[in-house]
Design a protein around this ligand. Structure first.
Ligand SMILES: CC(C)(COP(=O)(O)OP(=O)(O)OC[C@H]1O[C@@H](n2cnc3c(N)ncnc32)[C@H](O)[C@@H]1OP(=O)(O)O)[C@@H](O)C(=O)NCCC(=O)NCCS
Length: 440
């Protein structure tokens, strides 16, 4: 019963994410390592689910370990320069065959529809084509990369046409030059450049690890650009395969971020359901490189009542905030401002004008996961700006537990008598809140 209830709660809570993701473009990097992992079949199911929910998907697959194995089998040795494979003319046929074979295997997986499988009824059309124009990398440090290429252009309108027709677009690490040659590219580059060219809403990079881990080994759920750069520097000191993958993914995310792709998610390809957990729950499962300013501070509307109630209920239950009924909140909603992140309300606060020159700050609440990120400060500053604009001269707040926080924001402790007459009459002596006042 509890398990059932958990599932029902989770499914309900995912509504806002489902609505937020619909019709959005997600570019997903499927590295060769991800394709080879035993969890890959689950990833295909989860991508199919995203497609069914109206997400426009572009998948870019790689083939690094598979090419290495195929070249070894053919008696050729792989050589690298600056972490990039040198694709000699004697190898390009093997590369083409290997990548082609993988693309076909992916097509086959998306075509499954057995009646007892999660793919039943999905009826997915996967489309491939010459969407990536390439040029040779050329010669660097005196080293000729031969048929290793770099992205020259992504044919965005051709991809968009496919997406608009409801198809999933499958790209690979092969690109085609204007002279008709085939080049071996880095799949990370294909995914990143495609996300940038399409102005994708998300770049999703599937990696072997859980995400970015801090010094204590704890997952870092969200990173600024500066954080990501710091981690790249330290990962580049390590020489294991997982660090290399993570560093490459972070660098791809940073490049995307610098070019207006505001969300890059690093998600484990080994963990069953990690993709869904990252995209449909507040807690997430991986690491997100996001634009600091991409969270949205705005006035609340009647549609936000449910989200605000969800945020403040635990604080009402533990006595930090005064209880507000849904009906009261609906009538007072225009007093609220909120901060929204990934379609979820993570912070709110209200300003009530109590008399000609006075206003009350109330119901300031930041979701515990986001404490200490300056959200409280931003909301308070925004309410203070509104108050000044409206000609208010003073703000007050009644608080039981955040006295010092308000002191640090320029409030000074006051007395009940300092409050407007009307507000004094409503003072709840049982709560015994402290009064703080700020002159504007
Ligand atoms: C109080 C609250 C709004 C602060 O929001 P926030 O976004 O975490 O705050 P900011 O990021 O702007 O500021 C963080 C700083 O405030 C400090 N701080 C947070 N809560 C505090 C409190 N109750 N008392 C004193 N300082 C506090 C933090 O330690 C941090 O200090 P630092 O920068 O020196 O490390 C938030 O903790 C919250 O929602 N608390 C529960 C609800 C509540 O108490 N509301 C007030 C009722 S009127």
């Amino acid at each position: 019963m509890t398990k059932n209830n958990d599932m029902i709660e989770w499914f309900r809570a995912s509504t806002s994410y489902i609505n937020a993701h619909r019709h959005k473009i997600f570019v997903v990097l499927l590295s060769g390592e991800a394709l080879a992992d035993k969890n890959f079949a689950n990833i295909v199911h989860d991508l199919s689910l995203l497609h069914s929910l109206g997400v426009k998907l572009v998948l870019a697959h790689g083939a690094r370990p598979q090419i290495t194995a195929a070249l070894e089998k053919a008696g050729s040795k792989s050589s690298y320069h600056r972490n990039l494979r040198i694709t000699e003319s004697s190898c390009i046929e093997t590369v083409k065959q290997t990548v082609g074979g993988l693309s076909i295997s992916i097509e086959a997986l998306f075509s499954m529809g057995m009646s007892d499988s999660p793919m039943h009824g999905a009826d997915i059309r996967l489309c491939r084509g010459n969407f990536v124009n390439a040029k040779p990398v050329g010669v660097h440090d005196g080293v000729d990369y031969h048929f290793t290429g770099t992205v020259r252009k992504i044919r965005t309108s051709a991809i968009e046409q496919q997406l608009d027709q409801g198809n999933i677009v499958l790209l690979s690490n092969l690109g085609y030059s204007s002279s008709g040659e085939v080049f071996n590219l880095s799949a990370e580059e294909v995914a990143t450049e495609t996300a940038i060219a399409l102005r994708a809403d998300k770049l999703i990079l599937l990696i072997p690890g859980e995400g970015v881990l801090d010094k204590k080994g704890d997952l870092v759920p969200s990173l600024t650009q500066e954080d990501a750069r710091r981690y790249v520097d330290s990962l580049n000191q390590a020489d294991d395969e997982d660090s290399r993958c993570l560093s490459q993914a972070l660098q791809a995310g940073l490049r995307a971020h610098d070019n207006d792709v505001h969300r890059s998610h690093l998600i484990s390809f080994k963990s069953n359901g990690a993709l869904l957990q990252e995209l449909f729950t507040r807690e997430g499962s991986g690491s997100l490189i996001s634009n600091d300013n991409f969270d949205l501070l705005r006035d609340a509307t009647i549609d936000d009542v449910a989200g605000i109630l969800k945020l403040i209920r635990p604080l009402e239950e533990n006595g930090t905030l005064v209880i507000r009924s849904r009906e009261l909140l609906e009538t007072e909603i225009e007093n609220f401002k909120l901060i929204e992140l990934e379609a979820t309300i993570i912070a709110c606060a209200a300003l009530y004008e109590t008399s000609d020159d006075c206003g009350e700050i109330a119901c300031i609440a930041i979701h515990p996961q986001y404490h200490g990120n300056g959200y409280g400060h931003r909301l308070l500053s925004s309410l203070e700006t509104t108050a000044r604009k409206n000609g208010l001269k003073r703000l007050f707040v009644l608080t039981t537990v955040a006295a010092h926080w308000f002191l640090e924001k320029g409030f000074a402790e006051g007395e009940l008598n300092d409050l407007p007459q009307q507000r004094q009459q409503l003072y709840n002596f049982q709560r015994n809140s402290k009064v703080f006042i700020k002159q504007l």
